[in-house]
Ligand binder design. Structure first.
Ligand SMILES: C[S@@+](CC[C@H](N)C(=O)[O-])C[C@H]1O[C@@H](n2cnc3c(N)ncnc32)[C@H](O)[C@@H]1O
Length: 455
């Protein structure tokens, strides 16, 4: 049957709910249209942007009848800025949508008719919650400036004066760097032409320690006054660590680049669950410190350790989850592909005087067998993979090891659902509990912690 809509057609649609990824869902005689910028309860005029056999995509061009769930967005950059998607949707509705998306993925992809789903844990603070922001430079007529990509645009950056996801200090540091770049008449990198110099600014802030790390990312060559840059940042007593990284490739990345410490400490510290963690520029750290503590608390509850267990912390990053669990375990073995993260994890174990945790650099799919041979069968395995889930050989290797209990921390309910289905059907794991957690208000992201046990 042909799709009942055509590209560029204008439609009037009622939005029922949010799909995973954040688009509104509307139905036209049963045919699904995903509507960007449509909120549940809205009636919108929308222009069709893409047509496929089973669904179409559209962009809301006008809100005809606003949803009762709409609220005033506080940020002056919203909705032009691509950083937040839902500042104008009441937070309770955002949280409900995320809970429903996890349920939907577990039913549809996981094949669980009645998933054992807990209530979603909402965020404590719905603004100012991020401990890391990555800004892009762009060139205006009168000089360079800093901001975020415009919503839906990879090639246009919007100047940001005040971001509601960071702190006053975070905003002040970014604006000071902008004024420095303008004062020194530096030129922003042009993503289309691949010309110019200033590319990105990364600002990290230990929210429980007040320590800040700043990294400037430029095109090749030293075309800035490093002393002047450092002086500007040293005006902020919070800034403890200033780095410069060079990206000579077109890809817009800020990590794993050749870099140099310009001033201060190599790393800053953050405190989580009563432990100190050293954080280097390339290492992964959950970007909402307060909610990361809650997430790890749930992982700890699900792991239910008694002191005698061998625990694997797979995709361990800088060792956060494993070190939080180490107090209640016999031994913890951590594995992560990033050598810099593993260096941090080892340092973090020392820093916290934890002597029953060991860390190795390696890809889970390739190195898990070796770890198993070296350390024996674990009682509990914690996995916290990136969005792709237990990709490659990771799931097979995990299933073969046969730990009694798996605690699965996920940032993507669709890959979680596929993985828990395979762990059930191929390796005999029952899904006991899933607790969704909102770490990122106003964005489509949802985290969850799941408990699986051998049947
Ligand atoms: C979502 S982070 C979790 C980090 C840590 N558990 C935490 O809470 O901070 C995912 C981690 O997986 C690592 N990673 C990605 N792919 C990997 C792979 N194939 N094998 C091992 N680690 C991987 C990344 O380096 C990153 O540290």
């Amino acid at each position: 049957m042909a799709a009942p809509v055509t590209k560029d057609q204008e439609l009037e649609l009622d939005i029922d709910r949010l799909a995973y990824g954040g688009n509104g869902v509307a139905r036209l005689n049963g045919f699904v249209v995903f509507v960007r910028r449509g909120l549940p309860g809205d009636r919108v005029r929308a222009r069709v942007t893409k047509v496929q056999r089973r669904h179409a995509e559209a962009l809301a061009t006008e809100v005809l009848t606003p949803s009762p769930l709409r609220v005033e967005a506080p940020c002056k950059h919203y909705p032009a800025c691509g950083g937040c998607r839902f500042q104008d949707l009441a937070y309770e509705a955002q949280a409900q949508s995320k809970h429903d998306q996890v349920a939907d993925a577990l039913r549809r992809i996981g094949g669980f008719a009645e998933p054992p789903l807990d209530e979603l844990l909402p965020a404590d603070d719905i603004f100012h919650y991020r401990n890391k922001l990555e800004y892009s430079f762009t060139q205006l007529e009168d000089g360079p400036t800093l901001g975020f990509h415009k919503a839906g645009r990879w090639d246009e950056v919007l100047q940001i004066d005040e971001c509601w996801l960071t702190t006053d200090a975070g905003n002040a540091v970014r604006n000071a760097v902008r004024e420095w770049a303008r004062g020194d008449k530096l030129v922003a990198y042009d993503q289309t032409e691949h010309t110019g110099y200033l590319r990105h600014l990364v600002v990290r802030e230990g929210r429980n320690t007040g320590q800040m790390l700043v990294q400037l990312v430029t095109n090749t060559g030293e075309k800035f006054d490093r002393g002047g840059f450092v002086d500007v940042l040293r005006e902020f007593p919070e800034v403890r660590s200033i780095h410069w990284a060079v990206n000579d490739r077109p890809a817009e990345v800020t990590t794993n680049l050749p870099s140099e410490l310009l001033w201060g400490e190599e790393a800053i510290e953050e405190e989580l669950c009563g432990l100190r963690f050293r954080v280097r520029p390339n290492a992964f750290l959950q970007t909402n410190t307060g909610m990361a503590e809650k997430l790890y608390g749930i992982a700890r509850e699900f792991a239910a350790l008694t002191g005698s267990e061998t625990v694997y912390d797979l995709y361990c990053g800088i060792g956060t989850i494993g070190l939080v669990l180490a107090r209640d375990a016999l031994t913890v073995w951590g594995l992560d592909v990033s050598e810099e993260s593993i260096a941090c994890a080892l340092e973090n174990a020392d820093l916290n005087e934890i002597h029953n945790a060991a860390y190795f650099a390696g890809n889970v799919g390739q190195s898990l067998e070796d770890l198993h041979t070296r350390s024996g069968t674990p009682d509990v395995v914690v996995v916290d993979p990136p969005r792709a889930g237990l990709a490659g050989k990771a799931l097979k290797r995990l299933g073969e090891i046969g730990a009694r209990r798996i605690v699965y921390v996920s940032c993507n309910p669709t890959t979680l659902a596929g993985d828990v289905k395979r762990l059930r059907t191929e390796y005999g794991y029952d899904l006991r509990r899933v607790k969704p957690v909102d770490m990122f208000p106003h964005t489509p992201h949802v985290e969850s912690v799941s408990l699986l046990e051998l049947a």
